[in-house]
Design a protein around this ligand. Structure first.
Ligand SMILES: Nc1ncnc2c1ncn2[C@@H]1O[C@H](COP(=O)(O)OP(=O)(O)O)[C@@H](O)[C@H]1O
Ligand SMILES: [Mg+2]
Length: 260
């Protein structure tokens, strides 16, 4: 695989675009590329949450202002660059501009994958349907995958994502009936706060237990600090589970879709 470009798009905010870009696709592309950092371009008029992964070694973050008057050329440059990249298209205007630029330039040809994240709301599903149709009208070959964001593992998938299964999937071509489930987890928030991805944290060898024991012995830390450390210890353990149960199966699915 060389020069892979993955676009993550849905004009509804809060559906998991930035999370899918940084926690799933960037680590995936790094993993496929000897753990070299992946470029993550975030187009958003409001918040640039990708900036929070500032300690990650698999993400090279590049914020893109959508007020930039040369936006179209900017998008074309990114698409033509010889690198592995994830393009996180934020809400509203960015989506329109990006789709326009893609259509005008005919550079949809260079995309390896278009990912459309949705949460369990009706509006994000309806937006996803519009984007899906728009992309398919433009290009009938680029692989498209839906990301079902923030799935709670103790709920029934078809119940939680009822809009997706009832209002979107029946209108999707056979070959596009594919999705990746991204479980809801506190490790996602934890990772953002730590400035790294869950994938990387799952290999972190910080021995919080030893640190806590040592601190208790020396009475060096307050009770509150100990509490925070033991919470971090627990979350760090959970990142390992998240990698095994969610990320690795998702990586396998992405590989299968891209290589199909
Ligand atoms: N799988 C998840 N588990 C826990 N929190 C999540 C998950 N996906 C997204 N979130 C949280 O939901 C919020 C919105 O997600 P985000 O990826 O920023 O959406 P978008 O980029 O589409 O606006 C963020 O606070 C993020 O931390
Ligand atoms: Mg975002």
């Amino acid at each position: 695989m060389k020069n892979k470009k993955i676009v993550v798009i849905n004009n509804k905010g809060g559906v998991g675009k930035t999370t899918s870009s940084n926690e799933l696709f960037a680590p995936f592309l790094s993993f496929e590329n000897d753990m070299k950092p992946t470029m993550v371009y975030e187009f958003d008029e409001e918040n640039l949450n990708g900036a929070k992964y500032n300690k990650s070694s698999c993400i090279k973050f590049s914020p893109q202002k959508i007020t930039n008057c040369d936006l179209e050329n900017n998008i074309i440059d990114i698409l033509l660059e010889d690198s592995y990249a994830v393009i996180d298209i934020g809400a509203n205007k960015s989506t329109t501009y990006f789709l326009e630029a893609l259509e005008k330039s005919a550079l949809d040809q260079v995309l390896s994958l278009v990912a459309i994240p949705i949460s369990d709301g009706e509006q994000d599903t309806m937006n996803a349907k519009k984007i899906y149709r728009k992309i398919r009208t433009m290009n009938d070959e680029v692989p498209i995958v839906f990301i079902l964001s923030r799935y709670s593992p103790h709920r029934e998938l078809e119940y939680q994502f009822d809009y997706f299964f009832e209002l979107l999937l029946p209108f999707v071509e056979g070959k596009d009936k594919q999705w990746i489930v991204l479980n809801d987890s506190d490790t996602i928030k934890f990772a953002r706060r730590e400035g790294k991805t869950v994938f990387e944290l799952s290999y972190d060898k910080t021995d919080y237990k030893a640190i806590i024991k040592n601190a208790l012995k020396k009475k060096k830390k307050s009770n509150d600090e100990i509490k925070i450390m033991s919470r971090k210890n627990k979350l760090l353990q959970e990142t390992i589970k998240y990698r095994k149960d969610v990320l690795i199966p998702a990586f396998n699915k992405i590989r299968e879709i891209i290589l199909k």
